[in-house]
Design a protein around this ligand. Structure first.
Ligand SMILES: Cc1cc2nc3c(=O)[nH]c(=O)nc-3n(C[C@H](O)[C@H](O)[C@H](O)COP(=O)(O)O)c2cc1C
Length: 180
């Protein structure tokens, strides 16, 4: 199975990107192929439907999502919602790339939890005809990382459970799609 991740923080040492790097490593240890698109490293121009052609960074991001069986999207919580950078990336996508695929949502908030951005991200995923994984991952303001790994064991366990559910859903849907 192939998993694509899009990190929506336009910040060098973003906690949401660290979480995706940690998840990527955990998935690779289990033998999954993972593509991580970090919007800070490969910025996307403002989506402009009237323009001809697609910027190479956007083309790579769209291809990664299209080729994946399951998706992980991460965002900082900005003013109770997703970042403009992630929303701009999602505007490049359509149901053609996302339809029927499980999506695990991740957010990092300054407050205790990022429920507002996670809820809004899940609404956007519905708009893209994706399937929201039952769990999500919220990084609260007090949370610390050691390198790219969550410092807190309880957080590492929560992430492990969320990934496990997401992977089971992705495998089940891939099996159903293969027989359709
Ligand atoms: C423009 C802006 C708006 C923010 N709005 C919120 C907010 O509504 N709620 C919140 O809990 N934190 C808010 N924060 C704090 C960020 O969510 C927090 O710093 C987060 O950890 C950043 O994620 P990152 O490290 O992945 O970039 C805001 C920060 C900025 C810069």
């Amino acid at each position: 199975m192939h998993i694509a991740m899009v990190s929506g923080s336009n910040r060098k040492d973003a906690s949401s990107t660290k979480m995706l790097r940690y998840m990527k490593r955990k998935l690779q240890e289990q033998g999954y192929a993972v593509t991580l698109v970090d919007i800070y490293e490969t910025p996307l121009p403002m989506y402009a439907p009237d323009e001809d052609g697609v910027h190479p960074n956007a083309a790579r991001m769209i291809a990664a999502v299209r080729e994946a069986d399951g998706l992980v999207f991460a965002t900082p919580e900005y003013h109770g919602s997703v970042s403009g950078a992630l929303k701009n990336a999602l505007d490049y996508l359509s149901a053609d790339e996302v339809r029927g695929k499980p999506v695990l949502s991740v957010s990092s908030a300054g407050g205790a939890v990022g429920v507002s951005s996670l809820t809004q991200l899940q609404a956007i995923i519905r708009g893209l005809h994706g399937i929201n994984s039952p769990e999500w991952v919220s990084i609260g303001g007090g949370h610390r990382f050691e390198g790219d790994a969550p410092a807190d064991e309880a957080m590492r366990k929560r992430v492990g459970r969320a990934l496990d559910t997401f992977l089971k859903l992705t495998a089940a849907l891939k099996a159903v799609t293969a027989t359709c």
